[in-house]
Design a protein around this ligand. Structure first.
Ligand SMILES: Cc1cc2nc3c(=O)[nH]c(=O)nc-3n(C[C@H](O)[C@H](O)[C@H](O)COP(=O)(O)O)c2cc1C
Length: 434
């Protein structure tokens, strides 16, 4: 099972993604929040930082309704090193929809069909792309903004356009629209189609419509990825009951609420597969609490260690030499009191994060935001936003969650968090900076 972190504008920025990767494993692919490509062909500031420098595990997501804007943007992404780009067909925000972008593109399936026809006819023919670029060079006043990428493409047979995937809703106003959309999507060689089976009018309310998901799934022959309301291992289990061949899922709010969710899902899938093959002594995910907290410990002591070397370094020898060894044989070093309540049926080894692990993650997130944002106020807003998702894991802490939500300074925020996370230490983390 491949697990993707959903793009979430304002939340899953490069800062969040980088910190996330330092503390949690299990996400196979990350997506940038949407970057609006425009006729000026130039990405600025925040959007640039999402894709530069190149991140091999990340897919840039673009939003535009113009083929003549998308094609240059694809060239720019190719020049940065990206082999795949995702196009946003799902954003429900009025600012996008009224301009015909995001889920606004779903309004007219014929127009969508013409759009993809133009895009793919250029993507699939170098000759056609060459003539397009020659025309642009003669007529587009903003051509200089992507001239480097254009010439790199014209002068090298090696530089190819990235593959295109789409992340889409299943219609604009009603699920009646889904079959027509499916018909359009079925005509093109997308790298992958990621479907969030709600229509735009639903925003995020109600249940995702699995019949609409099935409608698209049965129509297209390219790989499909399911996205929408997967918050627990049980949710994934239900999805697999209905669609047993699912081999990729995208998680958004579920990961924000519980950053260890991908680890739990991988572990559950491994155990399930082991049951089916009769090889039951399998779980290769490590014990929940201390082993994962020690990951963060190692990271803090030696930030230069890569994720890969980190996980190697922190694993007990016995587990490293035998990745299929059952957790039951690891030394019993977990800290049950610090573990969050189990979400899934199972034991402490479900992969659920410990409070200690969450604490290290949040401290790193705070420090990292402070380095890139202009002031503590912006950092505070980001952290409060993260807690709006995390808070769902702490139902007995209304008072502290309210304090976090209402905090006006990082100090007040930290006092609120310390009421929930026993390892969180405001004195140490504030380091006299405010
Ligand atoms: C705050 C927020 C920002 C989002 N930003 C984007 C975005 O930039 N691009 C996109 O394709 N989807 C965006 N989405 C939609 C999510 O990627 C995802 O499709 C949606 O949250 C459903 O998945 P989930 O139930 O796993 O969260 C956003 C959703 C939220 C709540």
């Amino acid at each position: 099972m491949k697990i993707y972190l959903a793009p979430m504008e304002g939340v899953t920025s490069v800062t969040y993604r980088t910190v996330y990767k330092r503390h949690f494993q299990g996400v196979d692919l990350f997506f940038t929040p949407f970057m609006v490509a425009t006729h000026t062909h130039s990405f600025q500031g925040r959007e640039r930082r999402e894709t530069e420098p190149f991140q091999a595990d990340t897919v840039p997501q673009l939003m535009t309704k113009d083929a003549s804007v998308l094609l240059p943007a694809l060239l720019q992404m190719a020049q940065l090193g990206y082999e795949r780009v995702d196009l946003n067909l799902g954003c429900p925000a009025p600012t996008a929809v009224t301009k015909g972008r995001g889920s606004g593109m779903l309004k007219d399936p014929d127009a969508l069909d013409r759009f993809f026809d133009t895009v793919f006819s250029h993507m699939l023919s170098r000759e056609k792309m060459h003539s397009f670029l020659e025309e642009q060079r003669a007529s587009d006043p903003y051509f200089p903004n992507y001239a480097d990428a254009a010439f790199a493409f014209l002068n090298s047979e090696e530089l190819r356009l990235p593959d295109l995937s789409v992340k889409t809703r299943v219609g604009l106003s009603s699920h009646i629209e889904t079959p027509a959309l499916a018909k359009v999507l079925a005509r093109y060689p997308f790298r992958e189609i990621i479907v969030h089976p709600r229509v735009r009018e639903e925003y995020y309310s109600g249940e995702p419509n699995w019949d609409s998901y099935q409608c698209i799934k049965e129509s297209v022959s390219v790989p499909m990825c399911y996205n929408g309301d997967l918050r627990t291992v049980e949710d994934v289990e239900r999805l697999l009951d209905r669609f047993p061949d699912t081999d990729r899922i995208m998680l958004g709010r579920g990961i924000l609420a519980d950053p260890s969710l991908p680890r739990q899902i991988h572990k559950w899938v491994q155990e399930k597969d082991a049951m089916h093959t009769g090889n039951v002594a399998l779980p290769s995910y490590r014990n929940t609490s201390l082993s994962d907290a020690s990951l963060s410990d190692v990271s803090r002591m030696n930030p230069s260690l890569s994720d890969a070397s980190l996980s190697e370094a922190s694993l007990p020898d016995v587990s490293r030499s035998n990745p299929f060894r059952s957790d039951a044989f690891l030394p019993d070093v977990s800290l049950p009191d610090s573990s969050l309540p189990e979400l899934s049926a199972g034991s402490l080894s479900s992969g659920k994060m410990s409070l200690q692990e969450l604490t290290f993650f949040l401290e790193d997130l705070k420090d990292s935001y402070r380095q890139v944002l202009s002031g503590d106020r912006d950092t505070l807003f980001k952290l409060i936003d993260v807690w709006s998702y995390l808070g769902t894991q702490f139902p007995g802490h209304d008072k502290e969650l309210k304090a976090i939500r209402r905090s006006k300074t990082l100090k007040e925020y930290e006092a609120g968090v310390a009421g929930i996370l026993p390892f969180f230490c405001p004195e140490q983390s504030s380091s006299g900076l405010r």
